[in-house]
Design a protein. Sequence first.
Length: 355
Amino acid sequence: MKKKIALIHGDGIGPEIVNSAVRVLDAVAEKYNHEFIYENAPMGGNAIDAYGEPLPETSIKTCLASDSVLLGAVGGKKWDDLPGYARPEAGLLGIRKALKLYANLRPAKLFPQVADRSPLRKDIVDKGFDMVIVRELTGGIYFGERGTRHGKFGREGFDTECYSEIEIERIARVAFELAQKRRGILTSIDKANVLESSRLWRYAVHEVAADYPDVTVNDMLVDNAAMQLVKDPSQFDVIVTSNMFGDILSDLSSMLTGSIGLLPSASTNDTLLGLYEPIHGSAPDLSPDVANPIATILSAAMMLRYSFDMETEAENIELAVEKTLSDGYRTADLYDEGKIICSTTAITNAIIERI
Ligand code: IPM
Ligand code: MG
């Protein structure tokens, strides 16, 4: 198969980890006789420096004309003082919106090889966990009405959480369908004891539930969910939640696995064009060739699975990563005594050898 992949390298460690994933993709292409053609789509701080804006129109066009998009990470101190609309992160939100990527899938699975890196107590970790957070990505407080104004007590800033029933229903369907393919348990996370938008969320999720009688749905308040994730993550299969709750809980869940450097994500819509990115940030303070590229490499595997329907190839990458970890290769974030310490390049080589 021939596929066009847009590459958004981004800032900080972004270029390094994307290059690692591209090398792995090339190894897969060679083994299975595919052709992957790459085109760069600048976004983030580097695009601000080169073009004066975080998401140039040409980058959106490049992404739209591709079969899928692979993204590193954006942002850095250099651009921290810019106003919201001009920051690197605005580029990320912009591309999600432009591609209508409303469904963000963030798996958090414990790799037994690095289970002792988890900050959780051993008896909790021993139960293992394997969940997917389905985060709504183009609505909610990230995109609601916002601004600064003059209020009763002087200047105030505001952001609005707003969800339409249609937005909730479509993300709920993605989550129900995923739960059907997994263990059939869906936890919908909200703050329905306080927020009107959450009460509608709960109602709409239950409306959709009628179409999926084989899935068990539980509602959970977000504060309790944070506690339950730490207390017993094994209880979760699929989680569905809003943009902001999903942002927060996915960082929490990723750390339970031992390192945020391991977790991939897929942002999808109703077409096959998706955007795949690690869930971690651009880590601008990290020295060169130190970053863990595994989250980005696993994001490339998700791309093969969801956008290109290449299940065997995706599993090949995932097994190669697991084998690399089993064989003791570790980047600095996961390093433990007795293991083989690796640079970004070295661990990528080890993974490619196992493809
Ligand atoms: C994420 C990130 C982004 C988000 C930021 C960088 C805008 O934290 O993908 O989780 O909040 O969505
Ligand atoms: Mg986040």
